[in-house]
Ligand binder design. Structure first.
Ligand SMILES: [Fe+2]
Length: 137
């Protein structure tokens, strides 16, 4: 299970809230995937919700980069790599047979949760200065 803590704060309330929600939905998928009797439809619904939220979150950041004209070396590329990988993992579950689906859904949620935590520390903290300069705290 993923836990957000202060060290992951980027100093921008809206982004911190989105990062926390991102992890909450990752945890929802993990909880569901741990249930023996879960159906493929339930897993897909939870994972789909997570994927959609993740895409929405990345777009929110990218909109601010554009609006504030923040220099973001490699940030869009990092987002795009994540988008591709997470979509692939979703499709695996979508196309998979009943066997191993829970493990695949778990792997997808683990991947995305670990990615965002690492990404916050390595990249997202880099936009704090620019966002603050434009009055977003
Ligand atoms: Fe980011």
């Amino acid at each position: 299970m993923f836990v957000w803590s202060k060290e992951y704060s980027v100093g921008v309330e809206e982004m911190d809230e989105q990062h926390q929600h991102f992890l909450e939905i990752a945890n929802e998928v993990l909880v569901l995937a741990a249930k023996a009797e879960v159906s493929k439809m339930e897993l897909l619904e939870a994972l789909g919700k997570f994927l959609n939220y993740a895409l929405y979150h990345l777009e929110t950041e990218e909109e601010y980069f554009k609006t504030f004209d923040c220099p973001q070396l490699g940030h869009l590329e990092a987002h795009n790599m994540f988008r591709e990988r997470f979509k692939d993992l979703f499709i695996k579950v979508e196309q998979g047979s009943a066997e191993g689906l829970r493990e695949q859904a778990e792997a997808a949620a683990e991947f995305a949760g670990r990615w965002i935590l690492q990404h916050i520390l390595v990249m997202d903290k880099g936009y704090t200065y620019c966002f603050h300069e434009h009055g977003l705290h």
